[in-house]
Design a protein around this ligand. Structure first.
Ligand SMILES: Cc1cc2nc3c(=O)[nH]c(=O)nc-3n(C[C@H](O)[C@H](O)[C@H](O)COP(=O)(O)OP(=O)(O)OC[C@H]3O[C@@H](n4cnc5c(N)ncnc54)[C@H](O)[C@@H]3O)c2cc1C
Length: 502
């Protein structure tokens, strides 16, 4: 270990990258630079303007309203959660064009949820297989034909909603083991329009000149010996200075090359790019290549997609107390919950109302999972608008539902710097592989061998993948790892009890 200040570069200014950078500063590391490919910070915590409102195109639920959840704590502490609007009432409609009794639907929905939210371990089995068996047991015990049909169709709806939670296209492709290591941090809280405040909080006190936007990293050369003149106040360094005198030359084991040609030398780089980007780029991004076992994990893990389609109306056609509109197909069965691109609208079964109206206007969000999300990303606003309007007319049973005045469909799969929404475990893959993804790389050449390349991001957290808090805690984990390496003893302010477990 050299005695100069370590130079640390963080790749990606999503929640993981910003949390790592903030915590490194708290530990007293003063040479930390964040490189972000896009022109905005936040990554998958993102907003867009719809009408006069600012809506969340990425995360909008806090998954866990307990003190264990650092995202909840941070937002609560800053007073942002004091005025969360009521969720509103659930409503259910059938494809026969009538409203379904909410108590009956809710009871069946609750029963379905308790069967699908399995938290044991069984790597060989799929969630679909498990859910089909469990629901069949319940359905078989029901004598009344109508009741049986109703239960089946609601159980199928639960399965489809689960596909949105996971971002997948087929329950039979998802590992039943998915939540074996998961930390349950409590109920979810919908915080429309507020999640981006987390990004602002993470950026507080971080020097603006150390956050470089539009810096797409194209190569990470590690296990090398790259040199540059040491005296500098500038955040970033340029290329090699072979002519510099011997005693002034510092050697760095890592060289990060940006698409614009800039080269940045570092002792450590924390890579936080999404699993989707790793899948597309890992084989060319790292020189030397990543170890085979890490490449295998990147290949094995799945990176799903969801689409959020924001529909803004002149007037609401739903009652003012409505929070969600769920659409039930009476012929649906839970045994084969999967999507079918040819019938993509069949997977537009869940709409939520953006509340409160005073803040967002009359806006519905239509949600769809997996390959249907991939498909709708390619459709025009007019195509979506017409198809969804006809769909809603059929279920709600009234022909005067208007076309939305504006529409906004998220495009996470086509986003070059994300390539999907979140990770999930396919059948046969154990969550422990995420630990392999999180393993730092150790070099062999340079005296600073250890921790040359570190990895953070939601996909590296078997206990919380797919969540904002997972991303945040993965960033903290890597900052802690470097702090331990340099024997930094100052206790950071942001440690929570869960961090000690991850
Ligand atoms: C539609 C949607 C809804 C979601 N809903 C929820 C929710 O309600 N609750 C919840 O807890 N979680 C939710 N999530 C998941 C949550 O948003 C993510 O788990 C989390 O934000 C991931 O953060 P990250 O830092 O790991 O990755 P990212 O946010 O992907 O950050 C990685 C950053 O790296 C940058 N980057 C990529 N390539 C390069 C490169 N070559 N060079 C430099 N920079 C690069 C990217 O631009 C990005 O800013 C949702 C996600 C999506 C997309």
């Amino acid at each position: 270990m050299s005695d100069r200040n370590p130079v640390i570069v963080v790749v990606g200014a999503g929640v993981a990258g910003l949390a790592a950078a903030k915590k490194l500063k708290e530990y007293g590391f003063n040479d930390v630079t964040v490189l972000e490919a896009s022109e905005k910070v936040g990554g998958r915590v993102a907003t867009a303007t719809l009408g006069t409102a600012c809506v969340d195109t990425g995360a909008q639920y806090i998954h866990g309203t307990s003190e264990e959840n650092p995202v909840y704590c941070l937002l609560k502490k800053s007073g942002l959660l004091n005025q969360i609007p009521e969720m509103g009432e659930e409503t259910f409609y059938s494809n026969k064009g009538h409203k379904v009794d909410v108590n009956i639907a809710r009871d069946a929905y609750g029963a379905g949820e308790s069967m699908i939210r399995y938290r044991g371990s069984n790597t060989g089995k799929s969630l679909g297989e498990h859910y089909a068996e469990k629901t069949q047991g319940v359905i078989d015990s029901v004598q009344d034909d109508d009741k049986r049909t109703r239960m089946q169709s609601v159980f199928a709806l639960v399965g489809k909603d689960m596909l949105i939670d996971i971002g997948a296209s087929d329950l039979h492709r998802i590992s039943l083991d998915s939540w074996q290591y998961y930390i349950n941090m409590g109920d979810s809280l919908n915080i429309p329009g507020l999640m981006f405040q987390l990004v602002d909080k993470l950026l507080e006190d971080f020097p603006k000149d150390r956050l470089l936007l539009k810096r797409e990293v194209s190569k990470i050369k590690w296990d090398g010996s790259f040199s540059v003149a040491p005296a500098r106040d500038e955040p970033l360094l340029s290329a090699h200075t072979e002519s510099a005198s011997e005693e002034k030359v510092c050697q760095y084991p890592v060289c990060i090359v940006c698409e614009n040609g800039e080269e940045i030398l570092a002792d450590h780089v924390i890579v936080t790019i999404s699993l989707g980007c790793l899948k597309a780029q890992a084989s060319s991004l790292f020189i030397p290549s990543l170890p085979t076992e890490k490449m295998e994990v990147i290949e094995k893990l799945c990176f799903g997609n969801i689409a959020k389609i924001f529909l803004e109306y002149e007037e609401a056609f739903w009652e003012s107390d409505v929070g969600t509109i769920s659409l039930i197909y009476e012929d649906d069965i839970p045994a084969s919950v999967s999507t079918n691109k040819m019938q993509w609208l069949k997977n537009m079964q869940y709409f939520s109302v953006l509340r409160p109206k005073e803040r967002f206007g009359n806006v519905l969000i239509g949600w769809c999972p997996g390959d249907i999300a991939d498909l709708v990303e390619t459709m025009t606003d007019d195509e979506l608008s017409t198809a969804i309007t006809n769909h809603l007319k059929m279920f709600l049973g009234h022909s005067n539902i208007p076309q939305p005045k504006s529409i906004l469909c998220t495009k996470w799969r086509s986003n070059k710097f994300v390539k999907g929404t979140y990770s999930f475990l396919p059948v046969g893959v154990d969550g422990n592989v995420m630990d392999t993804l999180a393993q730092p790389l150790v070099g062999s050449q340079h005296p600073n061998k250890d921790l040359q390349v570190l990895f953070a991001g939601e996909a590296t957290m078997k206990t919380l993948y797919g969540t904002v808090q997972g991303a945040l805690l993965s960033g903290h984990r890597e900052a802690d790892r470097l702090a331990a390496h340099y024997k930094k003893t100052v206790a950071p302010t942001s440690t929570t009890s869960v961090e000690k477990q991850v």
